[in-house]
Design a protein. Structure first.
Length: 557
């Protein structure tokens, strides 16, 4: 039973006898439960706990596991002393210490948007798993992080793919490759490249076009030509492949950082067979490394790199814990800079232009998903790789919005055998549009009064209703009665008397929760509320004889 039910139970005559003969016949045993008020939202990030038979808890995953020692606090010790049949006091030997309070950077509205946009596409495409991360460009604060895994019962947060996945990123890596080529003077955006001149047998393109025979380096990126990008890097670094690795490292993109969550992995350069030898490749690995193979990059690392581009070259670490309050000892976490600039301002501007063309230039891999509501820039990615379950395909999109003055960076990754194309870009666009809409503010003085109707009015207490209507300067006809039923026409709010009869259940339909609970509890009923808004239905009909202590259910919406 819950607390309210127990409270009513101990009022019963048998347990509340004057002599106290039966006070020991009710034995209460506390049961701990971890409640997630927002359901599945960011569940893998926030975490959960194990609860053993003795009701002790241990962090299971997420923040709950990472900061378990701080969150759990210290148990107190006390000895019960019975001083009479009706009274027990406790001799406290050791005082309990509350656990710490941890404040996260997550924004619940943004989290809801990101998770729902990802969920909608997941259900549409039948993906096996996917993730999305939304980050604030200027600060590195993670505003939303969603991880969806498929099960026959529906999608759930079964792991933290966003920080732990070690798979080849595919063509989102080309932004890093192109930046290195531009920064080292190997090419300019206008350098002509033959994207049909296949120099490396293992390198292919999904859908090469006849006109790719002579295109600019910028178009190699915008059209996402594997042959074009591998030719650029192969010609420049073939004699010394490790020089390309050193150029990657110079940007700081692989610099490890603490994401403040368990299970995080790092940036790997080179094929898996070399992972025990730090960042190693050979000559045959170089062409495919240029477009995101022979490497493994967790989504959070790729997002950090694109965020640096959005931030005009300044690379900062993403973080999710904003503050820890350990009983008054406050630790704050702030923006941490990795590199003041990952490349020259000229190169950064050139990459920003290319990322924007991916969306805005006809033929760009994201052109089909451009938006009329918000400008954004980024790069699509596809990859095929082996997993424990077999060969799978991955599509991703990483970028930022608005394109001119970026506020947020975002990455979307989805996996499923046979998936292809730029569907992850569609998820990104939907997120960008919805985030922009909730952040759009207008000066109220610039708005025209177009209201031609009166707002909805709830049944309520006379004083409350009168105050609200007078404050809003709404014409009304208030009846002289303590409780009122409100209605409206096109001109005014009208009221009529709400009749209350002793020992009969009142009609609370049309009231807010506060007034409804007040009237029903005053009548002797116990109230359970479901939903929010206005009472639409009550489980015990108006006019029914009141049975003291009976539970009435209210449905609100």
């Amino acid at each position: 039973m819950d607390y309210l039910e127990r409270k009513e139970l101990i009022k019963m005559p048998l347990l509340n006898s004057a002599k106290g003969k039966y006070t020991d016949c009710l034995i209460s045993e506390e049961v701990n439960r971890r409640i997630h008020p927002y359901g599945n939202l960011a569940l893998r990030t926030i975490g959960d706990v194990y609860i053993d038979k003795s009701q002790k808890t241990d962090g299971r995953f997420g923040i709950e596991l990472q900061f378990d020692s701080l969150l759990r606090g210290v148990e107190g010790v006390s000895n019960p002393l019975r001083i009479s049949r009706r009274k027990t006091v406790f001799d406290e030997e050791k005082k309990a210490v509350n656990g710490a309070d941890i404040t996260l950077t997550l924004n619940i509205d943004m989290q809801d948007i990101v998770q729902n946009c990802l969920m909608e596409q997941a259900q549409k495409l039948g993906i096996e798993r996917g993730c999305a991360i939304l980050m604030e460009v200027a600060t590195g604060e993670i505003k939303a992080i969603s991880n969806l895994y498929y099960s026959p019962k529906g999608y759930f947060e079964g792991g933290n793919m966003a920080i732990s996945d070690l798979n080849p990123p595919g063509s989102t890596f080309k932004a890093l490759t192109m930046m290195i080529a531009l920064e080292n003077g190997i090419i300019t955006p206008d350098t002509i490249i033959n994207a049909l001149d296949k120099k490396y047998p293992k390198v292919t393109d999904h859908s090469p076009q006849p006109f790719w025979g002579a295109i600019s380096a910028s178009d190699v990126f915008v059209y996402s030509s594997n042959i074009g990008i591998s030719n650029i890097i192969g010609d420049a670094f073939e004699r010394d492949p490790m020089r390309f690795v050193r150029e990657i490292q110079k940007t700081g993109v692989n610099e490890p950082f603490d994401i403040q969550l368990p299970g995080a992995t790092g940036f790997k350069i080179g094929p898996m067979r070399y992972w025990n030898i730090k960042d190693t490749i050979n000559r045959t690995d170089l062409p495919t490394l240029s477009f995101g193979y022979q490497t493994a990059v967790p989504p959070i690392y790729m997002l950090r790199f694109y965020n640096a581009i959005a931030n005009n070259g300044k690379m900062i670490n993403p973080f999710i814990v904003k503050e820890i309050d350990n009983n008054g000892n406050i630790t704050k976490f702030n923006t941490k800079t990795v590199k003041s600039s990952i490349a020259s301002s000229r190169t950064i501007k050139q990459i920003q232009t290319m990322l924007r063309k991916v969306i805005e230039q006809k033929g760009g891999t994201g052109y089909a998903y451009r938006s009329s509501k918000v400008s954004f820039a980024g790069k699509t990615g596809t990859a095929v790789f082996q997993t424990n379950e077999g060969i799978t395909d991955q599509v991703s999109f990483c970028g930022y919005f608005p394109a001119d003055n970026p506020k947020y960076s975002c990455i979307v990754v989805m996996q499923r055998p046979g998936i292809w194309g730029s569907q992850s870009c569609e998820v990104f666009r939907n997120i960008a549009e919805k985030i922009t809409s909730i952040n759009t503010t207008l000066d109220i003085g610039d708005l025209q009064d177009t209201i031609t109707y009166l707002p909805s009015v709830k049944n309520s207490k006379k004083e409350t209703l009168k105050y609200i209507l007078n404050t809003l300067d709404i014409k009304s006809n208030i009846s002289n009665s303590p409780w009122l039923i409100a209605s409206k026409d096109s001109l005014r709010v009208n009221t009529s008397t709400l009749t209350l009869i002793d020992n009969l259940v009142p009609n609370v339909v049309g009231m807010g929760a506060k007034d409804a609970v007040y009237l029903l509890e005053k009548s002797g009923l116990r109230v359970h509320i479901y939903g929010r808004g206005t009472v639409r239905q009550q489980s015990i009909g108006p006019g029914t004889k009141v049975i003291k202590g009976q539970t009435i259910r209210l449905e609100l919406n």
